[in-house]
Every structure is written in structure tokens, then in C-alpha cells.
Ligand binder design. Structure first.
Ligand SMILES: *Cc1c(COP(=O)(O)O)cnc(C)c1O
Length: 354
């Protein structure tokens, strides 16, 4: 079926036949009344996985993050987070529209910032200043290149937040990638964070869904905003079942995606003119720069596409490739070969000639 090797995103995964079969037989009920046994089972399972009292099943990780911002803040409050974070770049201005908050983006290194930067961003108290209320980290840092926040960095952020009475949120859309790559369980990454988002549609391979975890009182508030934002569902067990299946079958295998990302990165590094830091590939995301080829990312992506490899242009000369459960080692080896063929020649061409 795969005529393309699709490396645009790990959201490209199709539900497997095993997942579909499991979904088809799921017990269901009215999720809004908290009577869907499969949704309830998934929420309990994810709460335990993340070391929190409760979790809430939601249609998307975007909604999970936006509800987190909503439960932690009042209009006018300030949220401190990395400038590359999904909440800043990819949630359609949600924090401003839905919560009326001010964002204070930090310039981290590959999506990871220091506790000292948080301290510096808190600012003074007084009638002129937006009150700092929330600090958010992204584990792994997507646009940082799938970077894994080291545990001690996370702890330092939690510590500084506690000292200044800030709430803490972890956008753990790819937290399971971080857990597998680091060998440190997810609940240790999540320790001390008031709320944690987990996305089911990335490497975990579900067709829909995400969860927000936290203590019971916060999740009770979150449930209200789930209704308010239009995210409450009915017989949602049919889709939540995919989450239970994914947690049984698609977590340990994330290590394969990480190995494949490194294989791809090494293959790309052989192309003269491509700039790539192979050692920065920690999980399933590979960034590289084609400026040295004298072409734009758009041109390079088009050439790859003509040969059946899809990647995403994320900047003028920057490209992102993401591995996932629907691409094999043979696929990434082939993708690297194709890149060597079609981009290896790029240098000989005059820019704009083709
Ligand atoms: C994909 C992603 C989200 C949003 O997930 P959706 O379920 O597609 O809304 C949030 N945060 C990060 C870091 C992501 O990569």
C-alpha cells in the first residue's frame, strides 16, 4: 500500500489491523456521563503511567494543552515556555483567544531551557507587570529536534517554579519517546508537574486522541473546559480502545523508530553540502539543512517527493524527517539512498535551473 515512504510526521501512521480489531470489540457507554468503561480504563491507565491521580481523555493534544493553560491561569497572566514549543507555534493563538494570557517565550537550546531563564523571565511584582503563573516544557521538544529534556533539567524547572509559586505543565505529546530513549519511566519525567499532556496519535499510532493528567481537582476543572471547548464525546470507547492497544503494543517498539532515525541521519550526513548533527538525533526526529546544496528546502522536498520520499520543509533551507511505526529500517535505508541520489547531484545544478 505504501507508495510513499512518508517521513513528514509520525502522525502519518495508519491504525494497524490489530488495533482496528481491538477497537471494533470495545465496550462503550456515554463518555460525557463518565459511563464509558473503555474511556475510564484508558484514563486510569494513563494516570498510573504518568504518576498522577487522574487523567482526562480528549480529542487532541492541542486541546489538552489549551485546557491546561486554561485551568492554571487567569486572563492577563504570563506563561513561560520555549519559543519553539507547540503551544507557541502551532495552536492557532489559542492561549490568547481561549485564556487571554501573555506568552513569554524563552530561547532554549534545541527546545530545552534552563531554570535560570525561567527565573529571569518571572519579572517583578507590581501593578505594571503581567503576573507569571505557569511554566511549560515540551518533552520531547518537537521543533528542537526530538530533544529529550534530561531529568535533572526538568527537576530544576519544577524547583524554580515551586519557589516562585508557578504552576507547571509538561506537553508530553511524545513523552513515551523520551521514556524509551532515556530508559527513565514516564512518571519520573512527569514528577512534580501539575499537568501532563500525552498524545496518542504520534509514535503511539492511534487515529485520534490525547490525555491530560494531573491531580483530581485540576482534572475536575479540566472536565468542565472539555465541555466548554466542545470536546466532550459520547460512545468514545470505540476510539479510546486504540489508546489501550497502543500502550500494550506500541511503546517498547519506539526504540526501533529511534534507531531508524539515526540510520537516516547517518545516510543524510554522507551527502556533501547537507548540514546535520547526527549526535543531536535522540529520538525519532531528524532535522537537516540544505543551504550548502544551493537549493531551498522546498526544492529538495519536491525532488525527494518525485522519488517517493516525503519529508517536510520547516524553514527556508531546513527539512524535518520523522520516523514512525509505518516506516521500516529498509524504508529509511532506501530513503537515505534516494536522498543521496537526488540531493547528491543538487550541487552541480545552478540554483533555479531545475
Ligand atoms: C502534535 C503535537 C501536539 C498536538 O497534538 P494533536 O493531537 O495533533 O493536537 C502538541 N504538542 C506537541 C509537542 C506535538 O508534537
Amino acid at each position: 500500500m505504501a507508495t510513499f515512504i512518508d517521513l513528514v510526521s509520525d502522525t502519518a501512521t495508519q491504525p494497524s489491523s490489530g488495533m482496528r480489531a481491538f477497537m471494533a470489540q470495545a465496550a462503550v457507554g456515554d463518555e460525557q456521563k463518565q459511563e464509558d468503561p473503555t474511556v475510564n480504563a484508558l484514563q486510569d491507565r494513563v494516570a498510573a503511567l504518568l504518576g498522577k491521580e487522574a487523567a482526562l481523555y480528549l480529542p487532541s493534544a492541542t486541546m489538552a494543552n489549551e485546557i491546561a493553560v486554561k485551568v492554571h491561569t487567569q486572563p492577563g497572566d504570563k506563561v513561560i515556555l520555549d519559543e519553539t514549543s507547540h503551544i507557541v507555534t502551532s495552536e492557532a493563538g489559542g492561549p490568547a483567544v481561549l485564556s487571554g494570557v501573555t506568552l513569554h517565550p524563552l530561547r532554549g537550546i534545541r527546545g530545552v531551557f534552563l531554570a535560570e531563564q525561567v527565573e529571569g523571565a518571572i519579572g517583578r511584582e507590581g501593578p505594571h507587570y503581567p503576573p507569571a503563573r505557569l511554566v511549560s516544557v515540551e518533552q520531547t521538544a518537537n521543533l528542537g529536534g526530538g530533544t529529550v529534556w534530561p531529568i535533572e533539567r526538568l527537576r530544576a524547572v519544577v524547583d524554580v517554579a515551586r519557589r516562585h509559586r508557578l504552576r507547571t505543565h509538561m506537553d508530553g505529546a511524545r513523552l513515551m519517546n523520551a521514556a524509551v530513549a532515556s530508559g527513565v519511566p514516564a512518571h519520573e519525567h512527569a514528577r512534580g508537574f501539575d499537568t501532563v499532556t500525552l498524545c496518542l496519535t504520534k509514535g503511539l499510532g492511534c487515529p485520534v486522541g490525547a490525555l491530560l493528567a494531573g491531580d483530581r481537582a485540576l482534572i475536575k476543572d479540566a472536565r468542565r473546559y472539555k465541555h466548554l471547548f466542545g470536546g466532550a464525546m459520547r460512545q468514545a470507547g470505540i476510539i479510546a480502545a486504540a489508546g489501550l492497544y497502543a500502550l500494550d503494543h506500541n511503546v517498547d517498539r519506539l526504540a526501533e523508530d529511534h534507531t531508524n532515525a539515526k540510520i537516516l541521519a547517518r545516510g543524510l550526513a554522507e551527502i556533501r553540502g547537507i548540514r546535520i548533527e547526527v549526535e543531536h538525533v535522540e529520538t525519532n526526529i531528524v532535522f537537516f539543512d540544505v543551504a550548502g546544496l544551493g537549493i531551498t528546502a522546498k526544492d529538495a522536498v519536491e525532488r525527494l517527493r518525485e522519488q517517493g520520499v516525503r519529508m517536510g520543509a520547516t524553514g527556508h533551507t531546513q527539512i524535518r524527517a520523522v520516523t514512525h511505526l509505518d516506516v521500516s529500517q529498509a524504508d529509511v535505508e532506501r530513503a537515505a539512498e534516494i536522498a543521496q541520489k537526488v540531493l547528491g547531484k543538487a550541487k552541480a545544478k545552478t540554483p533555479g535551473a531545475g
